[in-house]
Design a protein around this ligand. Structure first.
Ligand SMILES: *Cc1c(COP(=O)(O)O)cnc(C)c1O
Length: 358
């Protein structure tokens, strides 16, 4: 039996994807082997990675002039890769809108003169600070933002105007969740384990004109150009994760693409926020216009009730609802693969829990 898993990541994958992977587990399309057992240089594998990239390009409408890279090391490794690949003038601007944003800023500080342009730490990251072009250093090598803040449940609805300064985005927890104009970004990166595939794969989408800026000390394996020149096959890529990512891309295309996913995601998030807002028992502290449609943190009136909620929800097949230790309470991560029924089941449980504990 499948439970509804509200984990922030690794998280649910679409059932049709899991079923197809299961059916192809022992014998991938008559090759007599599992994708896990294939050489990354084999012809049959080449078709898998090429199709995954092509489908991602279609889904995100990635313009000409951008490279798509499949790499390892997680989004956290890109925290270092970004400055190592982009530093020319020796300074960079960071928006600190959450824990991962702060970690990327700190890692950036090891390689460049990183500056916090704005932070929402003063209000426990419950909002996205507003900026204007004048807030950014025109000589910065890049501006780094986190489009969705997984732990605190906020997201950018309006991108900052950074003028000519390249915009770099950590999109780990909301890539493919809503239509985004890739041409507004210079670099996008995302760990796969939230909205794409099993952990172990990181996707980097980078403007080709930025590939020649790596610092001399940049390790070869972290230089985007290394993988760009080798079509992500410089060394052994996470082959199985790329295959699953490809199945997810196919599935999303069959569902109607990202515009359709955005509709469903907004509907799901709307159900949950409307219920929380209508209740005097549950509370979400995020500024309304900055609310994430992927991660929804909420609390009950007390820590004891929060603990009881998480326990009883799990006993009812609603898993991994405990909030991040930095926030406490609960967090429902409702990525693409979470069905509407899962959100409805959560709301029904919330109603019942409220009645029993008010
Ligand atoms: C999960 C997450 C990360 C960390 O990803 P890893 O792949 O574990 O390194 C970084 N940024 C954001 C926004 C995340 O949600």
């Amino acid at each position: 039996m499948r439970n509804y898993n509200f984990s922030a990541g690794p998280s649910m994958l679409p059932v049709p994807v899991l079923e197809k992977a299961a059916a192809q587990m022992l014998d991938y399309e008559g090759t007599g082997m599992s994708v896990m057992e294939m050489s990354h240089r084999a012809k049959c594998y080449d078709a898998i990675i090429k199709k995954a990239e092509a489908d991602l390009r279609t889904l995100m409408n990635i313009p000409e002039g951008y490279k798509v890279l499949f790499v390892q090391g997680g989004a956290s490794q890109q925290f270092a890769a970004v400055p190592l690949n982009l530093t020319v003038n020796g300074k960079a601007d960071y928006m600190v809108t959450g824990n991962f944003a702060n970690l990327s800023y700190k890692e950036g500080s090891r390689f460049t003169k990183a500056r916090v342009v704005a932070s929402s730490e003063d209000k426990t990251y419950t909002y996205i600070p507003k900026t204007t072009l004048a807030d950014f250093d025109p000589e910065a090598d890049y501006v780094h933002i986190t489009t969705n803040n997984t732990i605190f449940g906020t997201k950018y609805n309006t991108l900052p105007d950074t003028g000519k300064v390249p915009l770099v985005a950590d999109m780990s927890s909301n890539i493919l969740s809503e239509v985004m104009d890739v041409s507004k970004f210079d670099v996008i990166y995302a760990g796969a384990q939230k909205n794409i595939a099993p952990a172990g794969l990181t996707i980097v989408i980078v403007k080709e004109e930025l590939l020649d800026r790596a610092m001399p000390i940049c390790p070869k394996m972290l230089a985007w150009k290394t993988q760009a020149d080798a079509d992500s096959l410089y060394n052994t890529p996470p082959t199985y994760q790329i295959y699953i990512a490809g199945l997810v891309f196919e599935h999303l295309l069959a569902m109607g693409g990202i515009a359709e996913m955005e509709k469903i995601n907004k509907y799901k998030a709307g159900l949950l926020y409307d219920f929380i807002d209508s209740s005097s028992f549950y509370k979400n502290s995020v500024v309304k216009e900055d609310r994430s449609i992927m991660n929804v943190p909420f609390v009950t009136p007390s820590k004891e009730l929060d603990d009881a909620f998480v326990k009883q929800a799990a006993a009812n097949g609603l898993l991994t609802l405990k909030g991040h230790r930095l926030v406490g309470g609960m967090r429902a991560s409702i990525y693409n693969a979470m069905p509407v029924e899962g959100v409805q089941a959560l709301i029904e449980f919330m109603k019942k829990f409220e009645l029993e504990n008010k």
